[in-house]
Design a protein around this ligand. Structure first.
Ligand code: HDE
Length: 708
């Protein structure tokens, strides 16, 4: 059964239930003790108008349970959505890793994947400018393996001890709890201005990568360097990459802000709906593998999480694919209670000494203890491995397992010695025998000091429009900062990345770069810190550009899951509408009919055309493209022109037939552009040409023409 049909049959189940076809005996309402309840509408009272009675155990049970419905939200990554699916190995990794699920091509491993923003609360908008979490739980035959990554391959800080500071700085300010889900405020930029190591990550978060079009069009990265270990015990360094099959696409900042109002669940809805529609999101898993002997061959430290390994230096090898094909049944039980942990490992995968990763290994269990209420969170269904769990850990809050027998210790004789340790050859996990030789020290290696070279590489690798968007984002963010000193320090730091960029920002902020001491940030070293720790190296130019860093070089060959708005009225030509609609739907994109009123239209033929939205419930920012079928201009309300103009401003493909050409022309008149010389307008073209246009995502040349 196709997903669509499945959805329909579920729908009819709901309708059956609604029509009371399910018998009362089958589905009695009960208390939590299984007692059948006769009245769920009234509390027990002393007389119809009398006081309620304490004796009402059912009322007390129901209210008490309700009072305790909430658990603490995640301290970071609170806002998220998830789906079930599978990972299929397409190219064996046995040469490098002995992990069972990475041996035989074709092996499928169930996964549960959660995407999230970092800074906002659980109810905040999906479209915040932020990093996105990208966590995958693999239910392997050797136990749970979690790859808990982000959609940006580097991080703000190099050492776990700074994480609480970073998060305190970015979260709403403590005195007034403002702003929600935003980094555009003083404390965040104050922190950045004294943390030069954050500069590379800042370039990414100020780029459009931080405002993705959907989860299915984001990359994912393990961020840290990990280890693989093969059967012979040889180890390799590895970086993990998820590459979306649909390509990497983002929205523009004005759109992001408007979507946040129009549909703050935009990403969540997109993930849910694509799965319901059978348009399953898919990613390829890639690895960059570095032999141990080459550890020091790079001009950065592999253990430094503020660095990437450019794909030009170590290519990404694709080893498998992940498909998300099932929505959770219950948000709380699954998405909210899922507990990821970078320390959930299987034999064949191991950690590196990245000091950020090492700190994470402590944090994730600790946080589950408070969030999920005790040490038995691994027994919650979504967290349970698919293989048996046997050990001598016992009891604790909410223990589900009924452990049998007399012994709960090891070694024992009374219990026959059970459970037994496994040898490595039997699949037992052994930590990689890395040789360590060093002093106990609170410091970082000087090889972590180059904070600007890769920030500059990222910036150089962006297309012209991507650079403009970074500049605009920085002007927005720093423009919201009230402290001029903070603005100056950040501009001084940006000058280390790119002089031109810093000049542009300074200008936008009403500052003069020449007057800002270029070593300003050196003066901002905290008085109690060791200046050596804050001494960034000058940037080096090695690689001029890295192609993979620009979203302009992404795939643009599919319109699957795209949302196309058709603006129609009662006089629209059915023929013109049908032809384009069929062609678009054949490519697995979704067409929405938008009209001055709801209901259904006849359009001069025997079919009924159900209207999805009016201009009151839909804004152009919720769609990827606009099409206006043939029909008199006067049938469209004024809002249709606003709709088109907005989509035009956001560089979206716009198509039209017949009179629609005039409507489009009128809508964009304010921009003073020749309609037939404007990129991304498809007037009187074939469906194929329009579809190819949608696949392009945006027509950025238009942005430059609009802004002049
Ligand atoms: Fe996390 N992080 N993190 N993090 N992180 C959490 O764990 C933490 C870091 C990431 O969908 C928390 O269960 C520390 C980097 C994701 O449920 C917490 C440090 C990366 C998620 C925590 C980091 C991540 C989390 C909060 C610095 C990218 C969401 C709730 C040492 C590689 C997982 C929870 C989900 C969640 C701590 C840094 C990714 C508090 C201490 C770097 C995707 O334990």
């Amino acid at each position: 059964m196709s997903q669509k049909n499945k959805h329909h049959s579920e729908q009819s189940k709901v309708e059956d239930l609604e029509k009371n076809k399910v018998s009362h005996e089958d589905q009695p309402l009960t208390s939590n003790q299984g007692l059948k309840i006769t009245d769920d509408q009234h509390s027990l009272k002393a007389g119809e108008r009398g006081p309620s009675l304490l004796e009402d155990f059912y009322l007390r049970e129901k209210i008490t349970h309700f009072d305790h419905e909430r658990i603490p939200e995640r301290v970071v990554h609170a806002r998220g959505s998830a789906a079930h699916g599978y990972f299929e190995l397409t190219s064996s990794l046995s040469e490098y890793s002995k992990a069972g699920f990475l041996q035989k091509e074709g092996t499928r491993t169930p996964v549960f994947t959660r995407f999230s923003t970092v800074a906002g609360s659980k109810g905040s908008t999906d479209l915040a400018r932020d990093v996105r979490g990208f966590s995958v739980k693999f239910y392997t035959q050797e136990g749970i393996y979690d790859l808990v990554g982000n959609n940006i391959p580097v991080f703000f800080i190099q050492d776990a001890v700074k994480f609480p500071d970073l998060i305190h700085a970015v979260k709403p300010e403590p005195h007034n709890e403002i702003p929600q889900a935003a980094s555009a405020h003083d404390t965040f930029w104050d922190f950045v201005s004294v943390m030069p190591e954050s500069m590379h990550m800042i370039m990414w978060t100020m780029s459009d990568r931080a405002i993705p079009r959907s989860y299915s069009r984001m990359e994912g990265f393990g961020v840290h360097t990990f280890r693989l270990v093969n059967e012979a015990g040889k180890s390799f360094f590895v970086k993990f990459h998820w590459k979306p099959v649909l390509g990497v696409h983002s929205v523009v900042w004005e759109e992001a802000q408007m979507i946040s109002g129009a549909d703050p669940d935009f990403h969540r809805r997109d993930l849910w709906q694509s799965i319901e529609d059978g348009n399953y999101p898919e990613w390829h898993l890639g690895v960059q593998i570095v032999e141990e002997e080459r550890e020091h061959d790079f001009d950065f430290d592999l253990l430094d999480p503020t660095k990437i390994i450019p794909e030009e230096e170590v290519p990404v090898r694709i080893i498998g694919r992940m498909v998300l094909d099932r929505n959770p049944d219950n948000f709380f039980a699954e998405t909210e209670q899922v507990a990821f942990h970078p320390g959930h490992l299987v034999p064949g995968i191991d950690f590196s000494n990245d000091p950020l990763l090492q700190g994470r290994l402590f944090s994730y269990t600790d946080t589950q203890l408070i969030r999920l209420g005790g040490p038995n969170f691994h027994e919650i269904p979504i967290n349970r491995p698919t293989v048996p769990v046997r050990n001598n850990q016992r009891d604790g809050y909410m223990r589900q397992t009924i452990d049998k027998g007399q012994t709960s210790y090891h070694p024992n004789r009374l219990g026959g010695g059970c459970p037994f340790q496994s040898k490595m050859s039997e699949g037992g996990f052994t930590s990689y025998h890395e040789r360590i030789d060093g002093h106990k020290i609170r410091n970082r290696s000087k090889s972590f000091f180059d904070h600007f070279s890769q920030a500059a590489l990222f910036y150089r690798s962006q297309s012209k429009v991507e650079k403009t968007h970074i500049e605009n984002a920085l002007k927005f963010e720093l423009g919201k900062v009230k402290s001029v000193e903070v603005q100056k320090r950040v501009v001084a730091m940006l000058a280390e990345v790119d002089k031109g960029l810093a000049e542009g920002i300074a200008e936008g902020l009403g500052l003069h770069l020449a007057e800002i001491a270029v070593d300003q940030f050196n003066h901002s070293i905290p008085a109690d810190a060791n200046p050596e720790d804050f001494q960034p190296q000058k940037k080096k130019v090695g690689l001029e550009k890295s192609e993979a860093l620009s979203m302009e070089n992404t795939k643009k060959d599919s319109i699957q899951g795209r949302r196309v708005a058709f603006l129609i009225h009662e006089g629209t030509s059915a023929n013109s509408l049908d032809k384009m609609k069929e062609a678009i739907e054949k490519e697995k994109a979704n067409v929405f009919l938008i009209a001055p009123k709801l209901g259904s239209f006849k359009l001069g033929n025997s079919k009924n055309y159900g209207i999805d939205h009016t201009y009151q419930t839909a804004m152009s920012v919720l769609f990827d493209a606009v099409f206006v079928p043939e029909g008199e201009v006067k049938g469209h309300p004024k809002s249709a022109k606003l709709f088109i103009e907005e989509a035009f401003r956001h560089c979206k493909p716009i198509g039209g037939e017949g009179h629609a050409g005039n409507l489009i022309e009128e809508a964009i008149k304010i921009h003073n552009m020749e309609i037939n010389q404007t990129p991304g307008l498809f007037i009187e073209t074939t469906p194929k040409a329009f579809i190819d246009g949608i696949a392009q995502h945006r027509f950025w040349d238009r942005e430059e023409m609009i802004q002049g």
